[in-house]
Design a protein. Structure first.
Ligand code: KMH
Ligand code: ZN
Length: 302
């Protein structure tokens, strides 16, 4: 089996400061935790920005620039910028920072969908900031918009024009067919790195059968020309990504996807989750890829 790529998604745009005191939101917190995750073995860092005062998800290029230069200096990991941002942001907002930074890698969400965040809020009664509760509750009526035209625009403006490669986020089997459509249109460079996403309310649940099925269909559509990775939002994070590692896939951890390190116990930082999955995959006999090995495997511009 190939070496395994560990991605760490450091802060995301789903969890809010009231849910965990360990969620990084200031530039120093994001950059320190990202660096710690890289030192623990993450070859790829998937990054979103936050408003440093309130912790609210931010698309402002200056909020990305408040931690990216420092992070680039302090570690060699692949910096993978989100183009998903958050479902309340416009595509122009979501593209502003990636177009300015021209990263070697970006996420790309392969379809429009419901993206309900409110279940994550059910346990919180004491909110730290005014924006948090409405932000989560309004997601009950929100569409995460990623139309074929949006996808083509991201592929063109970041891929064709700026040389980025993508973490193709597939939340459902239909998203694999959408990816195949763009491969056939010649807008996508190989090798493909497909992130199978489980556990978002609006996408696939965390049933192991869904992972088996995604792999069967991806094998059929893409043959040997793709790598898959798994992220599972919430409680099934570690079990499902362990299954992916055993199947020869790659793994994503991070506080974007789950705030916990085990049942009922908050992770103290992102590195703790990286160390845990690293122990597991090494026990399974997989060797962890370095950032430069990741660049080779993914065909990144470096
Ligand atoms: N929040 C994850 C479920 C993105 O940033 O483009 C998927 C994600 C999307 O990471
Ligand atoms: Zn993300």
């Amino acid at each position: 089996m190939s070496k395994i790529l560990i991605t760490c998604a450091v802060t995301g745009s789903i969890h809010t400061p009231s849910m965990s005191p360990y969620l990084p939101v200031t530039p120093a917190e994001i950059s320190d935790q990202a660096q710690g995750a890289a030192e623990a073995g993450a070859a790829i860092l998937h990054l979103h920005a936050r408003n440093p005062q309130t912790g609210q998800p931010s698309a402002r290029a200056e909020d990305f620039m408040s931690f990216l230069p420092q992070l680039k200096q302090s570690c060699d990991a692949v910096l993978n910028l989100s183009t998903g941002g958050s479902a309340v942001m416009t595509l122009d907002d979501r593209l502003a920072a990636p177009k300015r930074v021209e990263p070697e890698m970006c996420s790309l969400n392969m379809g429009s969908m419901n993206f309900a965040l409110y279940p994550a809020a059910a346990r919180i009664s004491d909110w730290k900031h005014d924006w948090e509760q409405p932000f989560l509750e309004n997601s009950d009526d929100l569409v995460f918009k990623n139309t074929p035209r949006d996808i083509a625009r991201i592929l063109t403006e970041l891929g064709v024009e700026r040389g980025a490669r993508f973490e193709f986020e597939c939340y459902d089997v239909g998203h694999l067919y959408m990816l195949k459509h763009f491969v056939d249109r010649g807008l996508v460079q190989k090798p493909l790195f497909i992130q199978f996403v489980f556990g978002v309310l609006g996408g696939m649940g965390t049933d192991p059968e869904n992972l088996m099925h995604m792999k069967v269909i991806a094998d059929k559509l893409f043959g040997d020309d793709y790598m898959f990775s798994v992220l599972a939002a919430g409680r099934q994070q570690m079990p499902l990504i362990t299954m992916a590692a055993a199947m020869g896939g790659h793994v994503r951890v991070g506080l974007e996807d789950s705030l916990m390190i085990s049942r009922g116990v908050l992770a103290k930082d992102n590195a703790e989750q990286v160390r845990k999955i690293r122990r597991i995959v090494e026990d399974l006999g997989r060797e962890v890829a370095s950032p430069d090995e990741a660049r080779d495997m993914l065909g990144l511009k470096g």
